[in-house]
Design a protein around this ligand. Structure first.
Ligand code: NAD
Length: 497
């Protein structure tokens, strides 16, 4: 890094109580490494563009080194007793909690999200570490009733081997622990390639993994441009499983790259969640929940309520209350305690919000609140009413603070419209009628259904989507199974003479 860049470094970093948590290197085989060609990626704060630091811009050859290190570390890690893996994971969990303030500060600085949300994400991230530490001890499978004479038949679950994770910038810590601790608990080793926008959450995790006694080569972080690093992870035959969180478009590309080596691929991809409000509800509560479901992470959330379907009987009343609630959201620097909406990640995210709003406005939607750029990477929290099927926002993820509202008349109509999407991650339904709740949740083509609530995720539940929202599940024992293979053992024995 040049002396000039060092001087310009964001002053907020000085608030870190443990400066060693800001690691500007990749972590391979227990060593902190630069790129072979000394190339770097600069990391900046999306709030004001302030310089935060750099990480190595590695390529395929450094990625191969990480894969080889993970391969060498695998036998000893897999051979540990599950309770010994669990002990180290529990230590890692405790270190995350002890360092929560520093980790949250790093996250807000590189990602922009409000500091209260960053603290929440550290708790969420740590909960996977604790959960999978315990789950390591329960990789039990089953015995099989033999269909052949004189045989004992059993199944074992074995770690799949070397694994890889490719993670996005919107949840820079939790998307790593949700994958990595499941893999490590199962006895696998892993190479993580974090998004280039938010590498410091990943390298801080590596620093704490090292302090927790996770052995060299078991958990590796390779930073660098996506195509060479992820391309190598997808094509390298030593990598037996790859878990990706990101857009459906990139997921498709990685599936095709991984096909060369018949990898086990799990995919947590885009979402376009319907948020359905029937008339028999507590409207004030529904409005409060609709704010949370749309505007958390400043709208940059795969679970975001992207199509808010409101029954015509409560349509106007909902819009009035929702507009008021949105107008009260506090936009600003994520480091300020009162901030509820931070900056977006890129110029292109701001441009996409503007494009969706202009397209909707031109096709007849009413802009009730917002609808403007606010300078820098900020877009005003926006409410669009009367959204129709021909508008881009009806089909595409905006990934920003724009709430599109659509009126409906009948249960059948809203089910059909909610299912009319290539996505199938999460759906929200509000009704006090139990029969309707059962009918609608049965009919919705989504991996996760939230009935009269918005907070549904957590370590014990299987997170994931259907259709083009993904393959596989994360969290819960099913998340651990993604990193295992079943082995069937058939043992013959001599019958009694
Ligand atoms: P993205 O697909 O652009 O990037 C995700 C990751 O893939 C990043 O690490 C990125 O650097 C990498 N990547 C980008 N282009 C690549 C390429 N050509 N080859 C290899 N790697 C590449 O997505 P994003 O913009 O970072 O995140 C937003 C998307 O992620 C949204 O669609 C959102 O719905 C989805 N998401 C899904 C979940 C989930 O659990 N289902 C969670 C968070 C985000």
């Amino acid at each position: 890094m040049t002396a000039q860049l060092k001087e310009q470094r964001c002053v907020s970093l000085s608030q870190l109580s443990d400066l060693r948590l800001l690691r500007e290197y990749a972590y391979i085989d227990g060593r902190w490494c630069s790129a072979d060609n000394r190339q770097i990626i600069e990391v900046t704060n999306p709030f004001d563009g302030a310089f935060l630091g750099t990480v190595p811009n590695m390529g395929a050859s450094e990625t191969r080194q990480a894969v080889d290190a993970a391969k060498a570390a695998f036998p000893a890690w897999a051979a540990l007793l599950p309770q010994d893996r669990a002990t180290r994971l529990h230590r890692w969990h405790d270190l995350l909690i002890e360092n929560k303030e520093d980790l949250a500060l790093l996250m807000t600085l590189e990602q922009g999200k409000p500091i209260s949300e960053s603290r929440g994400e550290i708790d969420y991230a740590a909960s996977f570490v604790a959960f999978f530490a315990e789950e390591a001890k329960r990789m039990n499978v089953e015995n099989i009733s033999s269909h052949l004479p004189n045989r004992n038949m059993s199944l074992k679950r074995e770690p799949i081997g070397v694994t890889a994770a490719v993670t996005p910038w919107n949840f820079p810590c939790a998307m790593i622990t949700r994958k990595a601790t499941a893999a490590l608990a199962a006895g696998c080793t892993m190479i993580v390639r974090p998004a280039s926008e938010t590498p410091f959450s990943a390298t801080a995790l590596a620093e704490l993994a090292e302090r927790a006694g996770i052995p060299a080569g078991v958990f590796n972080v390779v930073t660098g441009d996506p195509a060479p690093v992820v391309g190598e992870l997808c094509r390298n035959p030593i990598v037996r499983a790859l878990s990706f969180t990101g857009s459906t478009e990139v997921g498709r590309l990685l599936l095709s790259q991984g096909a060369q080596t018949i990898k086990k691929m799990s995919m947590e991809l885009g979402g376009h969640a319907p948020f359905i409000l029937f008339p028999d509800i507590d409207l004030d509560q529904a409005v409060e929940h609709a704010v949370g479901a749309k505007f958390a992470t400043s709208g940059q959330d795969c679970l975001a309520a992207n199509r808010i379907f409101v029954h015509r009987d409560i349509y106007d009343a909902f819009l009035d209350k929702y507009a008021k609630a949105i107008s009260e959201l506090h936009v600003g620097n994520g480091l300020d305690e009162g901030t509820e909406i931070g900056p977006l990640m890129h110029d292109r995210a701001v441009a996409k919000c503007a494009e969706h709003v202009e397209d909707a406005r031109a096709k007849g939607a009413r802009v009730l609140i917002g609808g403007t750029k606010m300078g820098g990477l900020f877009y005003a929290p926006t409410l669009l009413a009367d959204v129709t099927e021909d508008m881009k926002i009806y089909r595409e993820e905006t990934f920003g603070p724009v709430a599109p509202v659509i009126p409906f008349d009948t249960e059948e109509e809203v089910i059909n419209r909610a299912n009319d999407s290539e996505y199938g991650l999460a759906a929200y339904v509000y009704t006090s009628n139990h029969d309707r709740a059962a009918r609608v949740s049965n009919a919705l083509e989504y991996g996760m259904i939230a009935l009269n609530c918005v907070k549904i995720t957590g370590a014990p539940v299987p997170f994931g989507g259907v259709k083009q929202s993904g393959l596989g599940r994360e969290g819960s024992r099913h998340g651990l199974e993604e990193f295992t293979e079943l082995k069937y053992v058939c043992a013959a024995f001599a019958p009694q003479a």
